[in-house]
Structures are given as structure tokens and as C-alpha cells.
Write a protein that binds this ligand. Structure first.
Ligand code: SAH
Ligand code: DHB
Ligand code: MG
Length: 224
């Protein structure tokens, strides 16, 4: 089974040409990330646009992101917010957070965005202890080993009706292999196991192909 196909990127180019167009702030973000040696594991343009539209679709005023990297997805998410909205984005690496802040500044989004540096589980526990106002939308895209823990935190930090989106839940099909040698697979499988008959969350996962190859998003809504 092919794990990558040049047509996937060609179709992504077509989608971007018609539905997204050229975007100087996002292009500059990717160029700055590359210059700084960040891994090119951001969401694709079409995926970033999808995140923006999903967040707008739930009229998000407060968005939580776990895994900032250079702020590419954060720019998309921040654009879903009105001027008084807030994006809180969690990042382990101070160097990545600094680049993200500069990319968000260039994109005119920095007033809406707070990047918290540290292990996400610690930042999430602190937000819970401080009774942070509930989030309307959560995008989880950090270390896959902690995905099930991030689900629990996201539920505690969200309002009823909030939408949760998890990236990289298919992993070129590796997710169905309990003996996978990809160390990220067990954490991803733990997320699916936690969501099986979950009392508070309805979920699905959608496989994707494109410029980021074969992967997928898990979409969930928190209910009463
Ligand atoms: N959402 C970004 C890509 C994130 S890549 C985008 O699409 O543009 C995953 C990020 O998670 C990396 O920057 C990595 O440093 C960060 N990360 C990994 N483990 C983490 C942890 N324990 N806590 C917080 N961030 C973590
Ligand atoms: C990796 C992480 C991601 O969030 C992603 O979208 C692609 C790859 C990685 O750690 O390899
Ligand atoms: Mg990802």
C-alpha cells in the first residue's frame, strides 16, 4: 500500500489555489520556521483553513491549542477569533515559542494569543487550578503519548458543546497496529480507547491525504 502519492499534493495545490489563495503572513511563518530549523510538521494550508472554519462554526471566543511549534496553526486559529477573543497555545520548547510569537506578531495576531511554555500537562493543571474560563474549541497537536491525558484536561477546561480536534490520529494506517514500532501509536490508540463509549464526548475520526500524506483528524463534541 502506497503511503504517499504525488497526486495528493497536486490536489492540495488545486484546493489552495481555488479556496485559500496566497497568504503572505502564512508564507512568511513557514519561511521563518524553515530558517530556524523547525521541523515541517505544521498542519497543511487546507487543514489550517479547516481549523479556522471549525472554530468559527462554533463561534469560538476562547481557543486552546496544545502544541504551538512555530505558530502556523495558531495563526489560522487566531483568525477565527474576534478582537476580544483569546487563543492560549501550549509549547514545551522556549525556542519554538519565541519563533511562534514573532510569526504571530507579523501576522497581526499577537494581541489575541498567549503562548505558555512548559510541559502541557503542567500548564493544563495550572489552568484548572486557576479556574480558567471555559474554552469553546481545543486543538490537540503535541506529543501523542499524552493524547488521552489531553482529552481529560480538554474536557475539564471546556464548555458543554465545545469542539475538540486531535491531529495525526491515523499515522499512515499505523493506528490499527497494536504492535506498531512507531512509538506514537500506543498514545494515539489510548485516545481511541478512552473515547469508546465515553459518557461526555461524541467523536469520529476522518482520514486525510494531501501534502502531509496519509493521516487524519479526530473530531469530538463535549455534551452534558
Ligand atoms: N500545531 C502546530 C504543530 C505542532 S508540532 C502547527 O500545526 O503549526 C508539535 C509541537 O508539540 C512541537 O512544537 C513540540 O515541541 C510540542 N510538544 C511536544 N511535547 C510537548 C509537551 N509535553 N508539552 C507541550 N508541547 C509539546
Ligand atoms: C509529527 C507531529 C505532528 O503533529 C504532525 O502533524 C506530523 C508529524 C511528528 O512528531 O513526527
Ligand atoms: Mg500534527
Amino acid at each position: 500500500m502506497a503511503k504517499s502519492d504525488p497526486n495528493w499534493s497536486d490536489v492540495d495545490d488545486y484546493i489552495v489555489r481555488h479556496l485559500i489563495g496566497k497568504d503572505e503572513a502564512l508564507d512568511a511563518c513557514l519561511a521563518a520556521n524553515e530558517k530556524a530549523g523547525l521541523p515541517a510538521i505544521d498542519v497543511s494550508p487546507a487543514q489550517g483553513r479547516m481549523l479556522e472554519l471549525l472554530a468559527r462554526g462554533v463561534s469560538a471566543r476562547r481557543i486552546l491549542e496544545i502544541g504551538t511549534l512555530g505558530g502556523y496553526s495558531a495563526i489560522w486559529l487566531a483568525r477565527a477569533l474576534s478582537d476580544d477573543g483569546r487563543l492560549v497555545s501550549l509549547e514545551l520548547e522556549p525556542h519554538y515559542a519565541a519563533i511562534a510569537r514573532s510569526n504571530l506578531e507579523r501576522a497581526g495576531q499577537s494581541d489575541k494569543v498567549e503562548i505558555i511554555v512548559g510541559k502541557a500537562v503542567n500548564s493544563l493543571s495550572a489552568m484548572e487550578a486557576n479556574k480558567a474560563p471555559p474554552f469553546d474549541f481545543v486543538f490537540v497537536d503535541a506529543d501523542k503519548e499524552n493524547y488521552a491525558a489531553y482529552l481529560d484536561h480538554a474536557i475539564r477546561l471546556s464548555r458543554t458543546g465545545a469542539m475538540l480536534v486531535f491531529d495525526n490520529v491515523v499515522r499512515e494506517g499505523g493506528v490499527i497496529d497494536p504492535d506498531s514500532d512507531d512509538p506514537k501509536v500506543p498514545g494515539t490508540r489510548a485516545l481511541y480507547a478512552a473515547l469508546q463509549n465515553h459518557p461526555k464526548v461524541d467523536a469520529t475520526a476522518i482520514q486525510t491525504v494531501g501534502s502531509k500524506n496519509w493521516d487524519g483528524f479526530l473530531l469530538a463534541v463535549v455534551h452534558a
